[in-house]
Ligand binder design. Structure first.
Ligand SMILES: [Zn+2]
Length: 185
């Protein structure tokens, strides 16, 4: 059982090219213990850089080991800083906060009221890929979608602790505070 699904099948699963009965079969079957390692190996083969992928964050983003650091990196190579700083703070953002721009997404009566809702689209400054979209009330702080406890995951779930423990604490405010200080100079 340990070898199913194969790396090739897993690769098709990631691309969404497997037919539904096959996908359902994989979903319903017990997970092979090395599934995550195999998954990472498929992803690692697809990126043009060598740093070790620790965890994928989405279709284009990964948390990778860069020396002793853990950073967020796009498939294109663009780096977004420490994984505990919200990567969105280093992305390009397009905000839809007018009826006209929201209408493009929600034509007709489904269009939200821009007084109550804005849509923020985040893009990679390196390759232009759309990385994330959030829909929030105007003025709402940029959401930090996912701050994983990498040490907990590797030590307790995978049984392969990472070299150096780093607490998964949100450092986004320290980053923006630093920018504010620079602006004040
Ligand atoms: Zn990119």
């Amino acid at each position: 059982m340990g070898s199913y699904p194969t790396k090739e099948v897993l690769s098709d699963l990631i691309d969404g090219t497997l037919d539904w009965p096959r996908v359902k079969q994989i979903m319903s079957s017990p997970k092979d213990p090395d599934r995550f390692a195999k998954y990472l190996a498929v992803l690692q083969e697809r990126v043009p850089w060598r740093q070790r992928i620790l965890l994928p964050l989405g279709e284009h983003l990964y948390i990778v080991a860069k020396g002793a650091k853990r950073i967020v990196k796009c498939g294109c190579g663009r780096e977004f800083g420490d994984w505990r700083e919200n990567w969105k703070l280093r992305a390009l953002v397009y905000v839809r906060n007018t009826a006209e721009s929201l209408e493009q997404l929600y034509p007709g009566p489904r269009c939200p009221d821009p007084q109550w809702c804005e849509v923020r689209e985040f893009y990679c400054p390196g390759c232009g890929a759309q990385l994330e979209v959030e829909s929030v009330p105007p003025g709402y702080p940029i959401t930090f979608d996912f701050l994983p406890d990498l040490d907990g995951f590797y030590a307790k779930w995978l049984g392969e602790p990472l070299a150096e423990e780093m607490p998964a604490e949100d450092r986004s405010t320290a980053l923006t505070r630093g920018w504010a200080r620079e602006e004040g100079k």
